[in-house]
Write a protein that binds this ligand. Structure first.
Ligand SMILES: Cc1cc2nc3c(=O)[nH]c(=O)nc-3n(C[C@H](O)[C@H](O)[C@H](O)COP(=O)(O)OP(=O)(O)OC[C@H]3O[C@@H](n4cnc5c(N)ncnc54)[C@H](O)[C@@H]3O)c2cc1C
Ligand code: FES
Length: 279
């Protein structure tokens, strides 16, 4: 069950550019939060901006009752959060949403991230490590400056494959190119299972790659969210499950944000909205 709390910022780490790691106290998020789940949070206690914003849980510390977020400051809500100083308050509801599904014992978990989509995969790497499973993380951005969350993965000894569109760091090209190169080499011998979080075109590309290669894949969608609890319908996405004759709108906040990639009706796909609606 999500818990609503007034929380305080206990630590702020400024990474490069607009990227910050923020640590808050919230006992329930710290103990119950799972990789792929998120919180709705806003800085301060005033009504401005009126709506909280969604952020994936980056890391949890149950012993201290704390959790972390990786935030890219891009607008009013994120800038206000990143301007908080330790000791200052925020309003936080969580944990929310459906987490990623654990891989089977014979599957190699490949975590594919674009930009701030890297956030859930630090927690996921730790969850898998606790079960004796090592994940490989593919972390892509347009430039090296966008890959600001490398250090915690290195510190945890998580295999990390970097890629940049401009070739300034790691594999030159899209993150899906780095992933394909790994798959073409045979991976680590286990059956690959893909997990992806990032911008929609990247998620769509991962879903298409998984379909081509017959791989299981889950994607964490990133729609606009107003409430986080299924009441505003601002976050609906088109989903068509295996038993359904046509797509239905589903709330990404309560039924996602993690979905089976084969169930998502991607804009412009052969199985697109119009096709789904006609079936
Ligand atoms: C489930 C989920 C998890 C998320 N996790 C993280 C995270 O770990 N770290 C992080 O930095 N961000 C994350 N986001 C995105 C974050 O919620 C938005 O960046 C934030 O809501 C922007 O709020 P703002 O007030 O700063 O910007 P606004 O002033 O509301 O918007 C600024 C600009 O960003 C665009 N924008 C706003 N929200 C989104 C969105 N969801 N996707 C694409 N463009 C958007 C707006 O259209 C506008 O152009 C997540 C979003 C979702 C749905
Ligand atoms: S964000 Fe309001 S219904 Fe999902």
């Amino acid at each position: 069950m999500p818990t609503n709390r007034d929380v305080v910022l206990v630590d702020k780490q400024a990474l490069g550019g607009p990227y910050f790691v923020l640590t808050f106290e919230h006992a329930e998020v710290a103990t119950e939060g799972r990789a792929g789940q998120f919180v709705m949070i806003k800085a301060g206690q005033s009504a401005e901006p009126p709506l909280r914003r969604p952020f994936s849980i980056l890391a949890t510390d149950p012993a201290q009752g704390r959790f972390r977020l990786f935030v890219k400051a891009i607008g009013q809500g994120t800038r206000a959060l990143c301007a908080l100083q330790p000791g200052e308050p925020a309003q936080c509801l969580g944990p929310l949403g459906r987490p990623f599904t654990a891989p089977a014992a014979d599957e190699e978990p490949l975590l594919v991230a674009g930009g701030y989509g890297i956030a859930p995969f630090l927690l996921m790497s730790h969850e898998l490590r606790a079960r004796g499973v090592t994940a490989r993380v593919f972390y892509g951005g347009r430039t090296a400056a966008e890959l600001q969350l490398r250090e915690p993965f290195a510190a945890a000894g998580v295999p990390l494959v970097l890629s940049t569109d401009d070739g300034s760091l790691g594999f030159p090209g899209r993150v899906t190119g780095a992933l394909e190169a790994h798959l073409d080499r045979g991976g680590d011998g286990r059956r690959p299972r893909l997990y992806a979080c990032g911008p929609d075109p990247m998620l769509h590309a991962v879903a298409a790659l998984a379909a081509r290669r017959g791989l299981a894949a889950e994607v964490s969608l990133d729609p606009w969210m107003g409430c986080g609890v299924g009441t505003c319908l601002g976050c609906v996405v088109k989903i068509q499950g295996p038993e359904q004759e046509r797509w239905k709108y589903r709330c990404a906040c309560t039924e996602g944000p993690v979905f089976d990639a084969t169930h998502v009706v991607w804009p412009g796909d052969a199985t697109s909205a119009a096709a789904g609606a006609a079936r």
